[in-house]
Design a protein around this ligand. Structure first.
Ligand SMILES: Nc1ncnc2c1ncn2[C@@H]1O[C@H](COP(=O)(O)OS(=O)(=O)O)[C@@H](OP(=O)(O)O)[C@H]1O
Ligand SMILES: Nc1ncnc2c1ncn2[C@@H]1O[C@H](COP(=O)(O)OP(=O)(O)O)[C@@H](O)[C@H]1O
Length: 264
């Protein structure tokens, strides 16, 4: 049973929430119950039952009915202090072969050398496990990005500098991931490398297979890629040349340092 102090939130499962059971909890003062219905899938259907000064938020989120958020005494600020950094998500988007994984690894190495805790969520790798049930058709790509965005959010909340590296071809999905995080905690990095260069690199031979029709729905060939409109960082050619992996990483590290992410 959860015991609560005056002014704190009351947290317990709805199955314990009959008014009788609620009042049988060790509640020092009357409790205000707030019910959030999933009307239209948004927060619109907020309904509250006022039985005092404390607050319980009962929600229906998607198909999860009657759920209550549990707060922990150790939160993001405490973890950030411990790690001497600020948790955030660096979201690297771009065509296959544009250098996403190369940048992710170089950045992770550079930050690690500076004593900063990072974790890389690589699209290819996540599809080996968590997202192994997803294909490359549009709705599966949407779900791929949604799940990865949620995982990235957890890492950022843990205080980690999370580096997500996925094609993430649809703008709306990337924006939805951005919306999961506190303001300024989602740093979108666009690998603005022309298709011709990505295709010439073709390290896995996938473009060749796509051009010959052996892979259908390949991003940039017969599937869309929507470039960001307002990303925080853009990696592009200079005088027709790519920056080196360490120069790309340095650009992101400079941004993080300027914005205060490398200190608590
Ligand atoms: N049809 C199709 N289109 C694009 N990419 C394909 C496809 N099939 C397989 N691959 C390989 O999958 C890697 C991309 O996975 P992602 O999870 O990043 O893709 S997405 O964000 O869901 O679009 C991608 O890896 P990267 O080259 O690192 O981008 C490819 O190796
Ligand atoms: N800045 C760069 N300069 C030169 N080659 C690069 C650069 N970044 C990546 N590459 C090369 O391009 C290929 C694709 O890079 P990769 O990081 O695997 O791209 P992605 O993860 O976007 O598919 C690899 O062979 C890699 O070595």
């Amino acid at each position: 049973m959860t015991s609560i102090g005056a002014g704190s939130s009351l947290r317990f499962p709805l199955r314990d929430l009959s008014p009788l059971k609620a009042t049988s909890l060790p509640i020092p003062s009357p409790v205000r119950l707030t019910f959030m219905a999933a009307a239209g899938g948004g927060p619109a259907g907020l309904e509250s039952i006022d039985i005092g000064t404390n607050q319980l938020v009962m929600s229906t989120i998607g198909k999860s009915t009657n759920i209550v958020w549990h707060e922990c005494p150790v939160g993001k600020p405490e973890r950030q202090k411990l790690l001497r950094q600020k948790g955030c998500v660096i979201w690297i988007t771009g065509l296959s072969g544009s250098g996403k994984s190369t940048l992710a690894c170089a950045l992770s190495r550079e930050l690690h050398c500076r004593g900063k805790l990072t974790y890389v969520l690589d699209g290819d790798n996540i599809r080996h496990g968590l997202n192994r049930d997803l294909s490359f058709k549009a709705e599966d790509r949407v779900e791929n990005i949604r799940r990865t965005g949620e995982v990235a959010k957890l890492f950022a909340d843990a205080g980690v500098i999370c580096i997500a590296s996925l094609i993430s071809p649809y703008r709306e999905d990337r924006d939805a991931c951005r919306a999961l995080l506190p303001e300024n905690n989602f740093i979108e990095v666009f690998m603005n490398i022309p298709l011709e260069i990505c295709e010439a690199r073709d390290p896995k031979g996938l473009y060749k297979l796509a051009r010959s029709g052996k892979i259908k729905g390949f991003t940039g060939i017969d599937d869309p890629y929507e470039p960001p409109i307002n990303c925080e960082i853009e990696i592009q050619l200079r005088d027709g040349l790519c920056a080196s992996p360490s120069a790309m990483a340095e650009k992101v590290v400079t941004y993080l340092a300027e914005k205060g992410f490398l200190e608590a």
